[in-house]
Design a protein around this ligand. Structure first.
Ligand SMILES: [Ca+2]
Ligand SMILES: [Ca+2]
Ligand SMILES: [Ca+2]
Length: 149
């Protein structure tokens, strides 16, 4: 794994931003990791922290360690993670994962200062900008992945 996101240091706290529900687990784990590292998670998450969290998340998901998240490694079938599968080949490579996640981070970082505060996070959660991550959603209603219904 091309280590840029890995060697960045360890932090926590972002779990709530990446998806809704189903996240308590990694959240708790993140809290524990933070406690172990001896600091209280701030209400601000830097891009670097986010990157290292995502690196850990990727490792968790990629159970067989082949640097690709395949369908059977997905937490749920309609996971929002599928949005990251840019080439729609049913797998999420490491670069798809990180680039997608960082794009989400950047969307949340409203003032573009490289950190996401709890306020920004809150705002992005409520506003839900209709970013056309999914070009299929233009009316041709095939099986849109990531539809939570
Ligand atoms: Ca894998
Ligand atoms: Ca893919
Ligand atoms: Ca910001």
């Amino acid at each position: 794994m091309r280590g840029w996101a890995i060697g960045l240091g360890l932090t926590a706290l972002m779990a709530t931003t990446t998806a809704c529900g189903k996240k308590e687990e990694s959240h708790a784990e993140a809290d524990r990791a933070a406690a172990k590292a001896g600091f209280v998670p701030p209400s601000v998450t830097s891009r670097i922290d986010f990157g290292s969290m995502m690196a850990r998340r990727f490792r968790e998901l990629d159970r067989d360690g082949n640097d690709i998240i395949t369908a059977d490694e997905m937490p749920t079938t309609n996971s929002r993670l599928w949005e990251l599968d840019r080439n729609k080949d049913g797998e999420i490579t490491e670069s798809e994962f990180f680039e997608g996640m960082l794009a989400r981070f950047d969307r949340m970082d409203l003032n573009r200062d490289g950190t996401v505060t709890s306020e920004e996070r809150e705002a992005s959660r409520t506003e839900r900008p209709a970013t056309p991550t999914n070009p299929v959603a233009t009316g041709a209603n095939t099986t849109a992945p990531g539809n939570s219904n």
